[in-house]
Structures are given as C-alpha cells and as structure tokens.
Design a binder for this molecule. Structure first.
Ligand code: MSP
Length: 500
C-alpha cells in the first residue's frame, strides 16, 4: 500500500504555499474503545476520507482528523469484564483504530486520544472558558452506560435505552451542571439559518423539533470520580468529579488543531476555515445541540457542517458490539483488498437512509463492478494504447464529450452535497459507456485517432473521479497515462490488470 508521508503522529506540519487556499477541517467521531473497530465505524471514516481527498484534489487545504474516545465509565466496566488493566485495554483497542489508517490508506493528519496530555489541556481550557455557565447541583435519573447519557422518563421504552435496548441504571449524585438552556434559542436560530448546516434535512428537522419542544434541561457535565474509579479527566480544582465524557470527547475536535497547546492551526483552520463534522445519526443531539452550546459559551465559532450518516444494518439491526452482530475489519479485508472495501462502502451505501450489508452483494459488486467493468476497462484501454498506430495523441477531441460533461456536473454537485453514492453511480455510468464505446467502434480494428483520444481523455477523468475512493490503483493509472500539457506520449507500457 502507498505510504502516506503526510502523517506523523499527532503533530503535522504542512508544506509551504497553502496560505491563500480555502481551508477545511474535516473530522470523524472519535470511537469508543469499548470494542474493536467494525464496518460501522469504518463507514463514517471512509466517507470523511473521500471528502477530504476530494477537497485536496480540488486544490483546497484539508486537515483530516480521527481518534479514540477512551474515558467514561463504560470503558472501565468493559476493561474489568475482560480482566484487563484499563490503561492496557484502551492502548490496545485505540491502536486497532489507529491501524485503520494503514489498512485503509486513510489520509489522516491527526489522530486524537482522549487520554493524551495535550487533550487534557484542551479540555481544561474549554472548561475554564465555559466556567461562567457551570454550577453544582444534584442529579437523579436513568443512565445508559453505552450512550454515556441520561434519559428522561418519557424517552425510556420498557425501562430500556431507546438506542441500545439495554437496561438503564438509576443514578443520584452531586454533579456540575452546564447552563445549556441559556443557549437553546441561539442554537435554534443558527440551525434554522443553516449557519450550522445539519445534513440531511430530516435530522435537521428532528433536532429543531427537540429544540422547539423546550424539554431540554441544563446538562450534567461531571460524574462522581469514585464511581468511575478515577478514570477520566478530573474537574479542575475538584478531584471528586470527573468531566462528563461527552464534554471531554467533543473537545477532541479542538485538541487536534492545537487548542490549549500551540494554537496556530486552530486559528487558521477553526476560526478562518470551514469545519465539517462527519458523524452517525445516533450522536446528532450531542453534536448539534451540546457542542454548539459549549462553543458559544466559550466564545468559539460553531461548526459549519454536521453530516449525519445513517446506519449499515445487519438483518435489520444496527451493527454494534452491544447487539453482537459485527462485521469485522478482518472479514472485510480477507478476499478483495482494502480498496474494494472503500469502493463498496462509498458506492453501495445510501448515506442518508439505513442500508443493509450482505456478503453476497459484496462479492457481486466486486465481480460485477470493480473487476469486470472498472478493472477490465483499464486493462483494455492500456492494451489498445500499446498497439495503437500513433506515437502521441494531442487530447483535443472527445466523442463522449457531452456524457463527460454531464458526469462532471453531477459528480461535483453530489459530492458537495455529501451524496457520494449518487456521485459515483454517475461515474460508473461513464465507465460502462466507455466499455460499450470500445465494443461498438471496434477500436482494436479502427485506425482512427479520435477514438484513441476519446479513450485517453475519458480514462484520465475516470481515474481522477475515482482517485478519492481508490487512491492507490487510480494513481497507478494516472502515472501510467502520464499526460502532460494535454499530450499523451505512447510509451507502450504493459499495464497489469488492476483487480483480479
Ligand atoms: N465516542 C462517541 C463519539 C464521540 S465524538 C465526539 C461514539 N463512539 S462509537 O464508537 O459508539 O461510534 C460512533 C460512530 O460510529 C457513530 O456515530 C457512527 O458514525 C459510527 N457507526 C457505528 N455503528 C454504525 C453502523 N452500524 N452504521 C453506520 N455507522 C455507525 O459514539
């Protein structure tokens, strides 16, 4: 796999020359280390990676961040259940998430662990900035350890968590509270005016409904330290309390840009750039309500986009550790290579509707699309180019010009709207068209320059469209074509079949 030299642990420096470009800060959720990575986590991460690569190919700057959420009571419980020391346990699982970078060629600039010192500094800084809105009170209520959240009576179904369907626990304790209620009107306005743009619309509507119902109370932002056995970030000047894991986790987005440490990138990317949070719909409330409230309280800009993907289902159920129906990373990588998993998730997933994974379909899409259409197209074209009767082509004629133009428009428009599968359906249409073009015009017999020009022009475009999804193979195609100043020189290369 291609090595990504851009990544150097948690610190990353850009090369020079990016001062005037549009800057984008793109994030995934930070994943709980209560269990190993699975297809659901990977889905959100790949969506964000493809968007990041797309932005960079457009010539914009993009800083891409992921990480692991390692504090919280649930983590302590799971570690104990596995008879592991908590620190060893989180190190082990966090590493598995980190290794996704290598395994799936993720173009990450930063990977945040919430147990790191730099993160703690960022959390303290945010806490202190929010301090005027934090007060002490007593909390009594139902708690879901998987969500790390309290539920109100009316949200509970048969005493179970509405998301995880696990038994809730009754807690009563002294906590610090955050004056969430103070910011609700302002957040509602920001969302209504799309200053915080929530995608898709139905999630935006749900969030606005929650805000309009006016049932939200002030938020408990600390937990009893003894109950979490001291694991977590202590409240400044009060060792008896641990900072609520969601306050802690959400701050990771600031940590990655040096907030509370070295703030140069924070200024450039957070304050002056566009902020995109890719998340799953299950954590929309935390990102669309709590997070903007903390930021408003601290006097920090709120995110520009919150993109909430729907779920991959396994026989109608959400895939999760709690439900025990995982599709693991090893399963995915077994037969077809990492690029196909990227391709499958991006092209088969319906971003804003739940969709079902199946192994039959996985295999079918590999054979039918990646191997027989895309891979085949590439090897056919290189075969034809090797034997073509010209040494060079000036790329000024495209018999499929209108088709290409249509795809270009749809592609850009859909990706900018985060509808990756639609963007790539349109690109795949061009792949099939070009395969048909070869057959219909019998190019292996023809001596017409314009046919060859059409092949090269469209293949180069197709490779560029697919580059964010299939970064390694499409880079091979582009390097082999090696088009300079609109001229293709025939070096009579033998190109290996990409997908066997
Ligand atoms: N730690 C919190 C997030 C904190 S962000 C400041 C958390 N972690 S999680 O590990 O439970 O998973 C988070 C995300 O994984 C979900 O929001 C979603 O993006 C992704 N997915 C997990 N299972 C999924 C599916 N089955 N399908 C699609 N995405 C899912 O919540």
């Amino acid at each position: 796999m291609a090595q990504d030299t851009a990544f150097s642990g948690q610190k990353h420096r850009f090369d020079s020359g990016w001062g005037r470009k549009m800057r984008n800060f793109i994030t995934t959720p930070i994943y709980y280390v209560n269990d190993r990575p699975h297809i659901g986590h990977l889905y959100t991460t790949i969506l964000a990676d493809v968007f990041t690569r797309y932005k960079r190919l457009k010539g914009e700057e993009a800083f891409f961040q992921s990480g692991t959420d390692e504090n919280g009571l649930n983590i302590v419980r799971v570690a104990e259940k596995n008879n592991k020391n908590v620190k060893d346990f989180v190190d082990e699982i966090s590493r598995e998430f980190y290794l996704l970078k290598e395994k799936f060629n993720l173009s990450l600039d930063s990977f945040i662990r919430t147990t790191s010192e730099e993160h703690k500094k960022a959390v303290y800084k945010l806490w202190n900035l929010c301090k005027k809105d934090i007060y002490m009170d007593v909390y009594e209520g139902w708690y879901c350890l998987s969500c790390e959240a309290y539920y109100q009576d009316e949200e509970i179904i048969d005493g179970l968590c509405p998301i995880h369907k696990r038994k809730l626990e009754k807690f009563s304790e002294k906590n610090y509270f955050f004056r969430l209620t103070k910011y609700l009107d302002e957040i509602k306005k920001l969302i209504e005016e799309d200053k915080i743009k929530i995608i898709p619309k139905d999630i935006k509507i749900q969030i606005l409904d929650i805000l309009r119902e006016k049932r939200i109370k002030d938020l408990s932002v600390s937990r009893d330290a003894a109950r979490s056995k001291g694991w977590g970030i202590k409240v400044p000047d009060d060792d008896s309390q641990i900072i609520y894991v969601w306050f802690d986790a959400l701050t990771n987005y600031l940590t990655g840009l040096g907030f509370g440490n070295d703030e140069e990138k924070f200024k450039e990317f957070w304050e002056e750039g566009k902020i995109y949070h890719f998340i799953g719909k299950d954590i929309a409330k935390f990102h669309c309500i709590y997070w903007p409230a903390f930021l408003l309280s601290a006097g920090i800009k709120t995110p520009d986009y919150i993109i909430c993907n729907h779920f991959i289902l396994n026989e109608g159920e959400k895939i999760s550790k709690t439900l025990g129906n995982m599709i693991t990373i090893e399963d995915l990588l077994k037969d077809y290579g990492y690029e196909f998993t990227r391709y499958y998730l991006i092209t088969q997933g319906t971003e804003f509707k739940d969709w079902s994974f199946s192994w039959d379909n996985y295999k079918k899409v590999y054979e039918g699309e990646l191997k027989n259409e895309i891979g085949n197209l590439v090897s056919r074209i290189f075969g034809l180019l090797k034997n073509m009767p010209f040494d060079r082509l000036i790329l000024n004629e495209n018999l499929l010009e209108n088709d290409l133009k249509d795809v270009e428009e749809v592609y850009e428009d859909r990706i900018e709207n985060f509808e990756f599968s639609k963007a790539y359906r349109s690109v795949f249409g061009l792949v099939k068209k070009l395969n048909r073009f070869i057959d219909e015009r019998k190019i292996w017999e023809s001596k017409e320059e314009k046919d060859y020009k059409t092949l090269v022009i469209n293949l180069e475009k197709i490779a560029k469209f697919y580059l964010p999804v299939l970064p390694e193979s499409m880079q091979k195609v582009l390097s082999a074509l090696d088009i300079k100043d609109n001229i293709f020189e025939n070096k009579r290369i033998i190109f290996e079949h990409l997908f066997k």
